[in-house]
Design a protein around this ligand. Structure first.
Ligand code: GLN
Length: 492
């Protein structure tokens, strides 16, 4: 574990503080790691090594001149999902329609990280506009799973998850509208946290489903995830849905005792359709939580069967409205074959968007159209309230919920691309946290016989991120899994 690329945030911080090495050397180590692994993995869409080197030496000299405080994230490289706006650095959403887009401003999460002295390493691949569960919907190329190159890393934050899992970056930012942080975290054997809706600013996160989207951390460990969440959480006047709630010390939560906490396991989640290997790993982890002094009991989330139908009305409806802005007028791609305003709109959008994005726009437009609105969108909005109530009922009895993050481990590239419904079904355990706005975390809890990671999902009441991190850390320490994918060297 001596290679710099395998270090934790704390290791990097301590080494910098002791002046054992400089931010420039940190940057070099990770750039080299990316160079030697990314031709196979394809986790990144944009890396500008010279810019990374420049900002590393600038940070180093600002620190030496005492203009920069050495916080926990200072000098730590972070991989940023490419639907998070970065000033001066191409931001594509993995879509041809934004293929050359260089934003004039930073997302709030990015400006906060810059202020901390974080090293922005590059922009990572995703399903186009974050629509998908495998990163195969990227308009550029798929990303591969570092545990098995024939398998998907999950999606839509597959690039950030694969990059972190493959130790190309100690930390990654993802976004989660229906599972896009937690599902790739589970597939890649790392920790991923979707914060409470409103906990982290959405300003500068390219909108997909505005009532569902949240930015959150991907990391090797719970503690590292806590550091990154600490760096991005908090009220932002630029996002009217951001919560005014003060941010507690997430890092301090990690390491606290979990004895006596009541954990509910939704019986509808441990049912048919769950792969036996996932069920076994999750059940074993629940047993370990009991050994740690937690009380584990069965609970019910009776509206689980409507989760996918509800999400796949609401998310596309919001997406269809949000994506209306890509019209070739203001920014992004414009078709060169335009005769008038109408053909400019239609050709720009036909050529610029990929098939899944078009499918969502059509689904959403249909669900919102006159005559169908009541039957689809309104109905889904009502069922969303029932799903929220299921959670609130459960949390009146237990402190948090635990279950599988995904019904199966990472699937093969191409396995679900011909059948969109199959792909949608892989989100069955993740979409409801977004519909309800509650925080949820995935951590590795074991492996299948074929040595693919399995994720355990922990869900808490609104703003209970600290509790999730505390329990996740206790379990992570207890399990002590080796989550470094083997064979990344030999695979070049
Ligand atoms: N897989 C889900 C979808 O395709 C969730 C995506 C996300 O969370 N961004 O919509």
């Amino acid at each position: 574990m001596n290679e710099i690329w395998s270090w934790s945030v704390k290791d990097i911080h301590s080494a910098l503080k002791r002046r054992d090495l400089s931010i420039v050397e940190i940057a070099e180590a990770f750039l080299k790691r990316i160079e030697s692994t990314d031709s196979k993995l394809q986790a990144f869409l944009t890396v500008d090594p010279d810019a990374v080197r420049r900002s590393a030496s600038e940070l180093q000299s600002r620190w030496e001149r005492r203009e920069l405080r050495m916080g926990f994230l200072t000098g730590v490289p972070v991989a940023i999902k490419d639907n998070i706006i970065t000033r001066g650095l191409r931001t594509t959403c993995a879509s041809k329609i934004l293929g050359d887009y260089i934003p004039p401003y930073d997302a709030t999460v990015v400006s906060r990280l810059r202020r901390e002295g974080v090293l922005l390493l590059g922009k990572t691949n995703l399903d186009e506009f974050a629509m998908g569960s495998s990163t195969e919907n990227s308009g550029f190329h798929p990303t591969r799973n570092p545990w098995d190159f024939d398998r998907v890393p999950g999606g839509s934050s597959g690039g950030s998850a694969a990059a972190v899992a493959a130790r190309q970056a100690p930390l990654g930012l993802g976004s989660d509208t229906g599972g896009s942080i937690r599902q790739p975290a589970a597939f890649c054997g790392i920790v991923g946290l979707k914060p409470t809706y409103g906990r982290v600013s959405r300003y500068g996160l390219v909108a997909f489903g505005s009532s569902l989207d949240q930015v959150g951390p991907l990391a090797h460990s719970t503690k590292d995830a806590a550091y990154l969440l600490q760096g991005i959480a908090g009220h932002d006047p630029k996002d009217s849905t951001s919560a005014r709630r003060p941010v507690e010390g997430f890092v301090e939560e990690v390491g606290k005792d979990v004895k006596g906490l009541r954990i509910g396991v939704p019986k509808e989640w441990m049912a048919d359709g769950l792969a036996a290997e996932v069920r076994e790993a999750v059940a074993a982890a629940l047993g370990r939580l009991e050994e740690l002094g937690c009380e584990v009991e069965e609970v019910s989330l009776p509206h689980t069967e409507y989760a996918i139908a509800t999400y796949y009305i609401i998310a596309p409806a919001e997406a269809a409205s949000n994506l209306a802005r890509y019209d070739g007028v203001r920014y992004g791609y414009r078709s060169p074959r335009t005769e008038d305003l109408w053909t400019m709109y239609t050709r720009t959008r036909s050529e610029g968007f990929g098939p899944e994005v078009k499918r969502r726009i059509m689904l959403g437009t249909y669900a919102l159209s006159a005559g169908y609105y009541d039957a689809y969108f309104l109905k889904a909005a009502r069922v969303r309230t029932l799903i929220l109530r299921d959670y609130l009922d459960a949390f009146s009895r237990v402190d948090l919920l635990a279950g599988p993050t995904t019904p199966t481990p990472a699937f093969r590239l191409g396995e679900k691309t011909q059948d969109p419904l199959e792909m949608y079904l892989s989100d069955v355990f993740t979409v409801t946290a977004n519909l309800a706005g509650i925080p949820a975390l995935s951590l590795p809890c074991g492996f299948t016989d074929g040595h693919l990671p399995v994720g355990l999902q922990l869900l808490g009441p609104h703003f209970a991120e600290g509790r999730l991190l505390r329990v996740a850390h206790a379990l992570e320490t207890e399990l002590a899994l080796d989550t470094e994918p083997p064979g990344l060297h030999d695979s070049q």
